[in-house]
Design a protein around this ligand. Structure first.
Ligand SMILES: Nc1ncnc2c1ncn2[C@@H]1O[C@H](COP(=O)(O)OP(=O)(O)OP(=O)(O)O)[C@@H](O)[C@H]1O
Ligand SMILES: [Mg+2]
Length: 1043
């Protein structure tokens, strides 16, 4: 059966083959069992109640359906809502969404889906969101007060609702108007078996907190209230307590004040309490039966709650005042009558409260009158009802459904076919059942059932339900859609299901038998004036406002319109409203009687499919055209698709459309040209046109943008260019002006120079040139002469140590003067040197050598400079004993003095006499007369001294020499500078070798194959004569402290 890939069955019944009831049902069943609950017939959506939550709703799906056209995705209510909304927004056509079906078929759910879709896709913004919220939140409030559990539906709408949502030109919601139709108020006082009263009563008792219950003087227990059905106080899957919170929240969102909410709940509580008022038999003195209140407490509580005198309530319930002419007669009511009055009051209070709530919501969501609005109406009205015992309510409900079916027939079947005829399109007529005859039977102004009922209510004399029935029997004895016991008897038909007080109407959806009992009463819908007057006297503002007719000043003797005629009028208004809008249909189907998921009863669905006229709908749709539009508006919308018609078309509208569609090469089967309209067969073609239009608009928008941008850039560029030329002109001018100024100044300067030069040239011959130079030279020479002569006469002394020299009189002689000073000094020195004796020369040479060796290196050097080197410090010349020490060495003695020899092993010192000859160093004991150690100068490899002010020195010997093999000497001399200077010179003279003299902080001396490190430390003392303390530190170190 699947025709399109991926689809289950056929998604659009127009494609169904063969087109029969059986295949149609099978297709619906197949889809239903695969959880595909929506199916199309063209643009009509068939919805089969799934009785389970399917994952096909929510923002994700809304977003999807918003982006695609009708047939691109699976059938869905969202797709229908999207088409309706777009047509409203883009084509400016008011829409209505007609949701029909039996009770429990899913109408209310469908209407909520439509509303939530529209709310999600229409404009955004704080203001808009609050309007949306108010519109959406009206649902829970109306459902609480107007819905109840019935045997068919746990959340059955017991009122009809038509809601106009109003939008601005952008498609943003502005507000709305709700119209409600005939609340089933009899439910307030009595419910069928297995049914409940309106939800709000149960919600209030379950959800109110203790404080609220106490304030309302209520008990939580539902069994305490006569009006609440004791058997089914709970509904599976419905949480009354949390719903109560939701309702309160919703009321706040809509704009109910806290006070208003409280008053609404008080009136609701009042209804419950009224039900508990028990009436008893009483008798008047004359034996006439009367009634009284059994327990005054209940009435008293009511009185306290709404600010009423309890006696007055009692009087109003138990008696009735009749006005005949100018007299007032009070009659007592028996118990039955009093109970009737009590129930009538309860029903009236509740239904008026419901109307008040609807009006209050309307007040919040109403739109200012000045604004131009587009409207989308959503109709969710009670479904067709066939109960066991059908009364006045079912009669009007079914009448309403009959009318809606008529709208459907008129707009989709009849009007469509007639239009083809009018437009001259070839057409084979599709037969369908026209329910006009049934509507007529009910609503005909003179001869309709409702008119008869009104007539009977108004007629003077004895009036009863049976007289009404008799009248109907008489009038409709031959009517094909009317049956009763009488008409059947007349035709000799025997039907024992037909009651004596019943009549039957063959509705489009099936035969329904109505019991006429209480038709008259319900139609009259009269509330005893005593009751309304009593209510008007209440202090409670809301209750009082519900009974304006109770005001004695406003007493009108005019009869209020009957319930039937009121309903007929409001249905007529509704029909007018619907006919003025573009209809969109959702046909709801109930798959089974048990509210069970996954169960599809073909018989039940077949009945619904039949009376909904689905097959006829498919036939008309198949043969017909999906879209039609006047040539003018069609051309206006699509002419931009062709170059011939865009931007200008001078011909007629029809020719334009023909030309346009010809160029778009749409197959001729898809089109039919009527007298005034073009007909397009399949929606695909229309979507194709729309898509092309959308693309073309984009192109045109781009073109406009392009041209505009080009123009903007060009003008901007031209402006820039003009400015640039102006700026450069000014700049160049300015630059040239400055350049000219500079040139002019330079020319003037050159002119001045040239003129000056010329003048000087001319005038030179008149002056002595070079006189200044001659004069300057002369003056300079004379100054120099004066300076030199002055110097000659004032020469300083010739003492070499006198370094004074006169300063130059002029700066220019500074360097010459310096030179002269130096020459003079050198001359003085030469003179001084020339007069020195060879000995003095020798002494100076030694001093010079000492300075070279020790100046700036050893601390004791400066002290040694002024002291002449004596050489002999031990009186050698005069002491023959010491003379012997020389031994065999014949060389002259250069130095003879006492030294200390430091023992390298332990640091102790011992005195020695040291002699330095031209070839040797001789060391000897002071007491002995023989030389102890004689060291040839060629064996002395070097000496080491410290930088401090001490006499310590190391005499390093050649290791190879016999003396040197024992190691170096560590000696202390008081004339170490002189001794070492002379030793240096002696070594130089004897061996032509420069003795290495090392001035250092620490040195090492060889001692028996190893070396001893000598570390010299400056002690605290700084005396003239330094003292040495030698300390052995470890085996190879000797620390010498200089004090
Ligand atoms: N699309 C849906 N998805 C899930 N459940 C649904 C859907 N439509 C309907 N139902 C179920 O069916 C129940 C009855 O639906 P709804 O109240 O809309 O019926 P109705 O046609 O308005 O009946 P009535 O004429 O009695 O008011 C809902 O309470 C819900 O449980
Ligand atoms: Mg409903």
């Amino acid at each position: 059966m699947p025709i399109l890939e991926g689809s289950i069955g056929v998604e659009d019944l127009v494609l169904l083959e063969p087109l029969e009831e059986e295949s149609l049902l099978k297709n619906l069943q197949l889809r239903y069992e695969n959880k595909e609950i929506y199916t199309y017939i063209g643009n009509v959506v068939i919805s089969v109640n799934p009785y389970q939550q399917l994952p096909i709703y929510g923002p994700e799906f809304i977003a999807k359906y918003q982006d695609y056209t009708f047939y691109e995705l699976k059938p869905h209510i969202y797709a229908l809502a999207n088409v309706a909304y777009q047509s409203l927004r883009d084509r400016d056509r008011d829409q209505c969404i007609l949701i029909t079906g039996e009770s429990g078929a899913g109408k209310t759910e469908a209407s909520k889906l439509v509303m939530s879709y529209v709310a999600a896709v229409c404009g955004k913004g704080e203001q808009v969101n609050s309007v949306k919220e108010q519109l959406l939140q009206s649902n829970p409030v109306l459902e609480a007060f107007g819905n109840a559990k019935t045997i068919r539906n746990n959340n059955s709408s017991r009122f009809g609702k038509y809601m106009d949502i109003e939008f601005d030109f952008k498609g943003s919601p502005l507000g709305g108007v709700i119209t409600n139709y005939l609340l089933e108020k009899s439910r307030v006082v009595k419910q069928l078996k297995g049914e409940r009263n309106f939800h709000i009563f149960y919600q209030l008792l379950a959800g109110a907190d203790e404080q609220l219950l106490k304030a309302l003087k209520l008990k939580r227990d539902t069994s305490a209230y006569t009006y609440l059905n004791q058997e089914v106080s709970r509904v599976g899957g419905m949480n009354d307590a949390s719903n109560f919170q939701d309702v309160q929240r919703a009321m706040i969102v809509i704009g109910f004040s806290e006070e208003e909410i409280r008053q609404v709940l008080e009136v609701t509580a009042l209804v419950l309490k009224l039900g508990n008022v028990e009436l008893t038999d009483e008798f008047q003195a004359n034996g006439i039966p009367a009634s009284g209140i059994r327990d005054g407490k209940g009435v008293q509580e009511i009185g306290e709650m709404v600010g009423l005198n309890s006696e007055e309530v009692e009087r109003a319930l138990c008696s009735r005042t009749m006005e005949t002419g100018k007299e007032k007669v009070v009659t007592v009511l028996n118990v039955i009558q009093a109970q009737y009055a009590r129930d009538a009051l309860a029903k009236n209070i509740y239904s008026r409260l419901f109307n008040w709530i609807v009006n209050r919501i309307n007040e919040s969501i109403k739109v200012g009158t000045g604004e131009k609005k587009k409207v989308m109406g959503v109709l969710d009205i009670y479904g067709f009802e066939i109960l066991e015992d059908n009364s006045f309510e079912q009669f009007v409900i079914n009448y309403c459904n009959e009318k809606l079916q008529q709208v459907f027939i008129e707009l989709t079947l009849k009007e469509e076919q007639e239009e083809y005829k009018r437009e001259g399109i070839p057409w084979t007529k599709v037969d369908y059942f026209d329910n006009g005859i049934i509507c007529n039977l009910i609503e005909h102004n003179q001869r309709g059932i409702l008119a008869m009922l009104d007539e009977e209510c108004l007629r003077p004399g004895v009036v009863s339900d049976s007289t009404f029935l008799a009248k109907l029997n008489q009038l409709f004895s031959n009517h094909s859609h009317y049956e009763s016991k009488v008409t059947q008897n007349a035709q000799r038909l025997y039907d024992h299901s037909m009651g004596l007080s019943c009549f039957r109407i063959c509705h489009y959806a099936g035969k329904v038998m109505y019991n006429v009992t209480s038709f008259i009463d319900k139609n009259n819908d009269l509330l005893f004036r005593d009751l309304s007057q009593a209510m008007w006297k209440a202090q409670h503002p809301l209750l009082r406002s519900l009974f304006p007719e109770g005001n004695p000043k406003q007493v009108s003797l005019k009869r209020p319109p009957t319930a039937g005629s009121q309903f007929k009028n409001s249905v007529a208004i509704l029909m007018k409203n619907l006919y003025s809008k573009n209809p969109n249909y959702i046909r709801c189907i109930k798959p089974n009687e048990h509210q069970q998921q996954g169960r599809f009863s073909p018989e039940l669905v077949a009945v619904q499919a039949r009376y909904l006229g689905l097959l006829e709908n498919v036939r008309v749709r198949r043969a017909g055209y999906a879209h039609r539009q006047g040539y003018k508006s069609f051309l206006e919308r699509y002419r931009l698709l062709s170059r011939s018609t865009w931007p200008h078309w001078n011909g007629g509208d029809r020719e334009g459309v023909e030309k346009l569609l010809g160029e778009l090469s749409i197959s001729s089967e898809e089109l039919a040209f009527g007298k005034t309209k073009i007909f397009i067969r399949s929606p695909k073609t229309l979507f194709y046109l729309e898509e092309q239009r959308r693309l073309r608009i984009q192109q045109l928008a781009t073109l406009i943008q392009k041209i505009y941008r080009g123009w903007r850039c060009r003008t901007h560029y031209q402006l820039m260019r003009k400015s640039q030329i102006l700026i450069s002109a000014w700049f160049r001018g300015n630059k040239q002006k400055k350049y000219y100024g500079r040139m002019k100044a330079s020319a003037l300067l050159i002119q001045a120079f040239v003129r000056g030069w010329k003048a000087r040239k001319n005038y030179r011959k008149y002056f002595r040139s070079g006189a200044a130079l001659t004069l300057a030279n002369f003056i300079y020479k004379s100054i120099a002469q004066k300076f030199l002569l002055g110097l000659k006469n004032n020469l300083p002394s010739t003492d070499v140590l006198d370094n004074t020299w006169p300063a130059a009189p002029y700066k220019c002689f500074n360097s010459a003067n310096q030179e002269l000073h130096q020459l003079f000094h050198q001359w003085k020195c030469k003179k001084f040197r020339d007069q020195l004796s060879p000995k003095q020369v020798q002494v100076l040479r030694e001093k010079l050598c000492a300075s070279e060796l020790f100046k700036g290196k050893k601390a004791s050097y400066p002290q040694s400079v002024p002291i002449p080197f004596r050489g002999d410090y031990i009186g050698l010349q005069s002491n023959p004993k010491l003379q012997k020490l020389k031994g065999r060495q014949e060389e002259p003695i250069l130095v003879a003095e006492m030294v200390k020899k430091v023992n390298r092993g332990n640091g102790k010192t011992s005195a020695r006499i040291l002699l330095l000859t031209k070839g040797h160093v001789i060391l000897t004991d002071t007491k002995k007369t023989q030389a102890k150690t004689i060291i040839g100068l060629d064996n002395v490899s070097g000496v080491s001294v410290t930088s401090l002010q001490d006499g310590l020195f190391g005499l390093h010997l050649n290791e190879m020499s016999p003396v040197g093999s024992k190691g170096d000497f560590l000696l202390v001399s008081d004339h170490v500078v002189e001794l070492l200077t002379k030793m240096y010179q002696a070594v130089l003279d004897a061996t032509q070798r420069q003795l290495s003299v090392t001035v250092t902080e620490g040195f090492s001396v060889r001692f028996k194959e190893s070396s001893v490190a000598i570390k010299v430390i400056q002690g605290p003392g700084h005396g003239e004569k330094s003292k040495l303390i030698c300390k052995k530190k470890g085996s190879n170190c000797l620390e010498v402290t200089v004090q």
